[in-house]
Structure formats: structure tokens, C-alpha cells
Design a protein around this ligand. Structure first.
Ligand SMILES: [Zn+2]
Length: 427
């Protein structure tokens, strides 16, 4: 057993996750190389030559390298003037090569190196833009600059585990898992409220991660995941249908879900969100912090988005009502039900029937009073803008289904369990 501590976006809570599949198995199944394709340094090379090879620098003379880290306030001229680079060349680097790299964007803390010839003349300057990319300026006659990528490889990783107990402090730094948790919280931002995950929730994650020089770099890319939250499975599958990778559930619905426009079908809006409404029952001006949808008694009321039922209760004013927390930002409430169909603590998915239209509480006729909170403030949901959410399009359905099958098979190979077991828990 191994403890993996993950802070979760966006509230940066620290939850203890216990991996039950042994340590993360990060294997080199799809090793794909990027970058300049430089072969691994052979032991016969000198350190200077190895360094030149890292940046794919070729020269006719033996090179000596001097390397350092950009310090706060240091500019290109601070670094290169003492080495004898002319003001004219510095100017050319800053202007003519701006399209390749704008030297004003050099950041403190990033690495640089200067390669000189046997006579001490500066010949190449490198600046490491980020863990994957660098730029090389040719300081010789004719000059020029080019960008490159360090040779990297992609390794596939798999982790499964169970959320255990309450929150506790970070006991050890698990950098690897921290970014994976962040990647997961982004995938599930609209689906699972990670600030409310609870003991017993389980997860399986298949991901790719880039490695440069034996170090994991950048964010892991979640290829497929299953998160069983409060007994309900929320799968996520990566797929690109031409406009970038997005995550979808098993039906091809985007996980970046917009909310449904209304909690009841075939309804009409009988009263809008209005801070100065004359209340028909109370006979006085009272803010109406919701939208009323009139529909026949018994019409199903659905959850407008994925979430967890935080209230399924009754008050004299609200009648029978349900309140759902969707994520750290949004909460919705549905009033005057004739009957509730969910229990507190239950996870729901968008479109699930959570109750039926009625007129319990302060209501003149059968309707749902739909209330919408954004960051704790009641707002008019009809005026809110939500992220676009495109489902898998029909011409991608077959390829998406194949991708889902292969991700599921791959996860099953990793954990050795029947993937049907997990799949059976999806609704
Ligand atoms: Zn209302």
C-alpha cells in the first residue's frame, strides 16, 4: 500500500488517496520520440560534446561550454557582452530573430549556455524556454536562430486506487501524483466536485506523460479514467474530433457539460428571475431569485448537470425540494415537487429524474421554481454563459467507440481485473 497525496483543483484541498494497485506502474509502452532525434550520448563524448548534442549544435571546431541560469534582472546583454558578443549582434538577436524567440521573454530561473571555440570566440547561445523547448542563436557570421525540442519520450502510466477517509496534511511530496490529480480535476471539473469526494470513491487512470532526460515534464494527459463517486461510475475518454482533445463519457457526451436549459421538458416559463416581483401568494413585493417552469403535475424534473444531492428536504415555503451541488462554482435547487426521487448524498448525472412537478409549499399551481447559485450568489441562469460542449459527432461515433473499447481493454490489462466489472456499474 502506498499513500498518494493530491491537492485538488480548484480548492486545493489535500485528500488522502490510497492506491490499491501497488505503486504507479509507469511503463514504456508507446515510447515515441520527438525533437531533433539526437541519439543518446555515447560515453565517448566529452561533457562539452554531450551538451552540444543536447541542443543539436553542429560545428567544425571543438566547443567549450559555459552554462548558467538567468538571474533576476539579467538580460541577454548582461549574459553575452562580457563574452565579447558585439552590441550590433545583440541588437540583431533581439530584433531579427524575434519571430523565432523574443529575448525579452527570457525568464529568471531558466537555463542558458554559451558555446565558444578553441580561440574563446562565442559561437552558439542556447536558452531553455521550458522543460521541452529551447532556442539556439548562432553567434557566428551570418547568425540565425532556431527552436528545438529536447528528445523526449512518452510513457504510459496507470494508477488505480481508493479515496480513503478524511482530509489530512501532506506528509510527503508526491510531485508526480499532484499533477495527475490536477489533470483529473480538470477532466472532471464539470462532473465531479473534487472538494466533496469521499471515502470509498474509487478511480482508475490511464495516462501519457512526457519525459525528458529521465524527468517527467508538463502535465500528464488523461487518456481514460473511471471515477466511482458515491457508488456511481463517471468514465472519461479522451478523443479528438478535429478541434483538440476533449473528454467524453461512454455515450459520447462531453464532460465539459453545459447545463440543460431547463429542468423540465415541455414546460413554459411562468415567472422569471426578478429582484422586485410582486409575490402572488404573499401579496407583497419579494425578490424572485429563481425561474418558474409551469408543467403538468407529475412531469419529471431532471438534474440540469452532474452533481451530488446536498438536500432532499421540505420547508413550508419551498415545499418538497432538491438541491444539487455541481462543482465548486455552481449549485441548483428545484422547488415545489410533488415527489422527490433522490436522496441526500446521492450522485446524479445530467438528465437524471430527481423528482416530479407539484405545488407543495408556497405555490399557486404546479411548477418548478428553479434556483441557480454561482459562487454562492443566486443568479439568473438564463443570463449565464457556459463553456461550449460538443458531443461526439455522428461521423466520429464508430472511431470513438473503438477508442473506448481499446482504452477499457488497456486498463483491464493493467489492473488484471475484469473491466466488465467496472463497466457494469455505469448506468
Ligand atoms: Zn419561483
Amino acid at each position: 500500500m502506498r499513500t498518494v497525496l493530491i491537492p485538488l483543483f480548484p480548492v486545493l484541498l489535500i485528500l488522502g488517496l490510497v492506491s490499491c494497485g501497488g505503486p504507479d506502474r509507469e511503463v514504456n509502452v508507446l515510447a515515441s520520440s520527438t525533437g531533433q532525434g539526437t541519439a543518446p550520448a555515447s560515453p565517448a563524448l566529452t561533457p562539452d560534446e554531450t551538451e552540444a548534442l543536447r541542443f543539436a549544435i553542429e560545428d567544425t571546431v571543438a566547443l567549450r561550454v559555459e552554462a548558467g541560469t538567468v538571474r533576476s534582472g539579467q538580460s541577454l546583454s548582461h549574459l553575452l557582452s562580457p563574452a565579447g558578443v558585439s552590441a550590433q549582434l545583440l541588437h540583431a538577436m533581439a530584433t531579427e530573430e524575434r519571430g523565432v524567440f523574443d529575448v525579452r521573454r527570457m525568464k529568471a530561473g531558466n537555463d542558458w549556455s554559451l558555446f565558444s571555440g578553441p580561440d574563446g570566440s562565442p559561437r552558439h547561445f542556447t536558452y531553455t524556454i521550458n522543460s521541452k523547448e529551447y532556442v539556439v542563436f548562432d553567434l557566428r557570421e551570418g547568425g540565425g536562430a532556431r527552436r528545438g525540442e529536447f528528445p523526449s519520450e512518452t510513457r504510459r502510466g496507470y494508477v488505480e486506487g481508493e479515496v480513503r477517509g478524511s482530509l489530512y496534511q501532506v506528509l510527503e511530496d508526491e510531485g508526480h501524483s499532484t499533477t495527475l490529480a490536477l489533470a483529473m480535476s480538470q477532466v472532471y471539473a464539470w462532473t465531479i466536485d473534487f472538494s466533496r469526494i469521499q471515502a470509498g470513491d474509487r478511480f482508475r487512470i490511464l495516462y501519457d506523460r512526457d519525459w525528458v532526460d529521465g524527468k517527467a515534464v508538463g502535465m500528464p494527459r488523461v487518456l481514460a479514467a473511471e471515477f466511482v463517486h458515491r457508488g456511481r461510475n463517471f468514465p472519461a475518454y479522451a478523443y479528438d474530433q478535429g478541434d483538440g482533445t476533449d473528454h467524453f463519457d461512454e455515450t459520447g457526451a462531453s464532460l465539459r457539460k453545459a447545463f440543460l436549459k431547463a429542468p423540465v421538458e415541455f414546460s413554459r416559463i411562468s415567472s422569471r428571475f426578478d429582484k422586485k416581483r410582486f409575490h402572488p401568494v404573499l401579496k407583497k413585493v419579494k425578490a424572485h431569485l429563481g425561474t418558474d417552469y409551469a408543467a403538468p403535475h407529475g412531469t419529471p424534473i431532471v438534474a440540469v448537470g452532474d452533481g451530488v444531492v446536498i438536500k432532499a428536504s421540505y420547508t413550508k415555503g419551498n415545499g418538497k425540494y432538491v438541491k444539487i451541488r455541481h462543482n465548486g462554482t455552481y449549485t441548483t435547487q428545484y422547488l415545489h415537487m410533488s415527489r422527490r426521487n433522490v436522496k441526500e448524498g446521492q450522485a446524479v448525472r445530467q438528465g437524471d429524474v430527481i423528482g416530479y412537478v407539484g405545488s407543495t409549499g408556497l405555490a399557486t399551481g404546479p411548477h418548478v421554481c428553479f434556483r441557480f447559485w454561482k459562487n454562492g450568489q443566486q443568479v439568473d441562469h438564463l443570463r449565464e454563459e457556459f463553456p461550449p460542449s460538443t458531443p461526439i459527432e455522428s461521423d466520429h461515433e464508430n472511431r470513438f467507440a473503438e477508442a473506448v473499447t481499446s482504452w477499457r481493454e488497456e486498463m483491464a490489462r493493467f489492473d488484471g481485473r475484469s473491466e466488465v466489472q467496472m463497466a457494469a456499474q455505469s448506468p
